[in-house]
Structure formats: C-alpha cells, structure tokens
Design a protein around this ligand. Sequence first.
Ligand SMILES: Cc1cc2nc3c(=O)[nH]c(=O)nc-3n(C[C@H](O)[C@H](O)[C@H](O)COP(=O)(O)O)c2cc1C
Length: 439
Amino acid sequence: MAELRGSHGKARHHLLTQHFGAAGLATLKGYQKLGGYDTLEKALAMEPKALVDEVKASGLRGRGGAGFATGVKWGFMPPPDGGPRYVVVNADESEPGTSKDRYIIENSPHMVLEGILIAAFAVQSHQAWIYIRGEYDRPYRMLMDAIGELREAKILGPKPFGKDYPLDIQMYRGHGAYICGEETALLESLEGKRAQPRSRPPYPAVKGAWARPTLLNNIETLATVPWIIKHGAAEYTKFGTEKNRGTRLLSVSGNVRKPGVYEIEIGVPFTHVIMELAGGPFEGRQIKAFWPGGSSAKVLPASRMDVTTDAEALAAADSMAGSGGCMVADNSACMVETTYRLLKFYAYESCGKCTPCRVGGNWAVRTVAKILAGEGSRLDLQILDKIQAGLQDGRCLCGLGDSAGWVVQSAMNHFPEEFEEHAVRHTCSVKRERAAASA
Ligand SMILES: Cc1cc2nc3c(=O)[nH]c(=O)nc-3n(C[C@H](O)[C@H](O)[C@H](O)COP(=O)(O)O)c2cc1C
C-alpha cells in the first residue's frame, strides 16, 4: 500500500467538503461569511505565474478522468497574444456511477466559481464557460443564481476587487450525450456543432474553443484550487500519496448499504471506501465486484478491494482511478448481464465518428445478447476477445472506444467461468441462486 501522508488511511478528510451543510453556503453572503472569495482577492494580487507554480507544486491531478497534472496543463497555455482565451469547465458528468460534481455544485456553487476565477486569472483569460450536463437542472439554476450574485456584487465585471482585470462566466447547457464530456467533443458542442471528438494535436491549450487557447478542467479539479491557494501547496501535499496528492470525492453506488459521495484521502484502500464508508453489502450478500473509477474503469473482483485509491495502485491492478465513480456489485449480479448493460450504454453513446467504436461496440452488444439468450458457443467468446482487442489501445479519437473494450475484457478476465457457463453450457448459476433465494 502506498504511504499516506495525512490520515494514515482511516480518518475522513474534509478539504473540499469542510463546510458542506453550513447554513446559507450556496449564497454569496453565506460563502463569504466563511472566508469565501478572500482567496480570489489574494490571487488577483499575485503574479499569474506564481498561481500556476503553486498549483504545479500541489501535485493536483485532474478529477475528470484522465488524471493529468493540473498545474502542468495550466502551464501549457501560450503567452497572451491580445486575442481571447478561455477557461472551459467540464460539468458534463455523464460517466455512469459518477455524481460528485453535482454534489459539489449543489453544496457550494461559489467554491466552484471561485476556483474558476482563480484559474482564469492564472492563465490570463477573461472569459470562462461552464458546460453543464443538460439534465442537471438544479445545479444549473444554482450556478446561474450564484453568477447573478457575483455580477451584482461586481466580483464579475470590469474590476473584480478593484483590480483592473475584467472577468466573466457564462453557462452552456449540454446536449444530452455522454460524448459531450470528452473534452474536444465538448468544445465542438460549445461551438454549436455536433459533439464529436477532434484529433489531437493541436490540444485545447493551443487551439481550443473557437480555435483560441483554452484551459479545460473538471468541476472538482477547479473546486480544489481555492483550498490550495488559501493554504498553500505545501499543506496540500501533506495529504495523499507521493504521486497522488490530496483528497478526492468518490461517488459510491450499487449494492452497498450507504451509497453516496465521500471525500477520501487519496491512497486509502477500497475496503475502507466500500466496507466502512459505504456500509458494505446488504444482509446475507457478499461483494462480488467493483468498478473503481466509473463504468469506464476495468472491473475488479472483490478479492482486490485491498487496492488503494491512487492512480498508480489502480493502474498496477489493471484498472484506473477515472472519474471517482465506484460502482459495486454483490453476488446477486450476473457478470454477463452486467457486461451487456454496460456495453449497450457504450454502443448507444458512440458518436459514430471512429469505425472501431461505431462497429465494434454494436457487434459486442449483439454477441453478448446472443450468449445471454442461450444461443452462444465458444466461438462467440473468441469473437468477443477479438472485438475488445480491436477497440482498445487508442484506435479511436477518444477514450469511449477503449472503455467499451475494457468492459468486455475485464469482465471476461476476472469472471471467465460465468462467460463460459453462459456461452457453452447455456445456463446461469447466479440466476438459479437468485430464483432459489426468492422461492
Ligand atoms: C467519453 C468521455 C467522456 C468524458 N466525460 C467527462 C465528463 O463528463 N466530465 C469530465 O470532467 N471529464 C470527462 N472526460 C474527460 C475529459 O475529456 C477531460 O480529460 C477532463 O475534463 C479534463 O479535466 P481535468 O484535467 O480537470 O480532469 C471524458 C472523457 C471521455 C473520453
């Protein structure tokens, strides 16, 4: 287990969620009563490069899925050339099993906005856009209200805190597709086009929204920034592991007693997350499997709950930290059925631009459907193996294709006997046990 620097694995840490639940926190007055926007005022008096350096030193990594070093990404923004440059905030949150961005916005919309404004100043942008999932009505309204309050208080406008540095934030409601969360598809969508990924390079820092330099970060990533600037990078690095600093929010869902969003110190094991924070399985059931980082992360068997929540440990276990959506299945779940449901999602959500994803996803769905219907054979397992191999390893412009491949590959790797049972013997022992239990 990676060495933890703060809690030594057990205690819950509240850096982001410290004030969640405080009366009036969602209002400007309530947020300011707890020191809100003092950090923005402090940041506006700093050199932008010093802010970038502080975030670099904190070791913060993106919480949207890829886990890229945030300060390094900020440092990719080219020097100002007099033209517009943007901060685009990814609030699409469509990854199955992930709901932490909504939780942050609904609890503390001003913390999100403060982080966005600090980031905008750090990369010398005057205009931020929040691209929010179309179905997120309440979070949208809360952010709109908070932005309205900031305009009225002149924190948004030509001279925030008297500083001659105009700042503005606009909202854009998403188009209702999973692909809209992928950063380049999001930029297409923001520009009013069909959400399909762009080829890279150029990366958004060089050519992003409206072909201008753009910093694109996730909600949680930016919501962490005020804490780092307020307390300093050195304090932040006291939490987490050597390569994965700080805390993060995990959304835990599925067959657990207490599903919910939990702030954890990065590096605690999943046993702590699933068995303690989320209350473990229901009476008479056992945990069977978990997806540690949203449905796109490869599934792990319950025997690997000892794996820690840092990206390195998860990569070593052949999965990933992803979006922090921990989905849990108990022994009442048939892994072939589960794989089918997840695959249907990826096939349906494929934008169709890349052939392996467009064709492979649907082909995999049809093959698993055939196996589930009791019409499969060993050949179908070999076909599934081929399809998943064809989907992976960057064959598509974005990660959606890889994820569809990982869904099949990881389930077949860890639960081969269930696939074998369905495809070759045309039976399902989980279904039989379920029927016996309810008889
Ligand atoms: C298919 C797909 C969907 C994605 N959906 C989201 C999303 O809903 N929210 C998000 O923040 N990142 C999502 N990402 C990751 C983004 O492309 C990007 O890496 C992230 O927003 C960058 O912010 P960060 O560096 O702060 O993590 C998705 C990626 C893929 C491939």
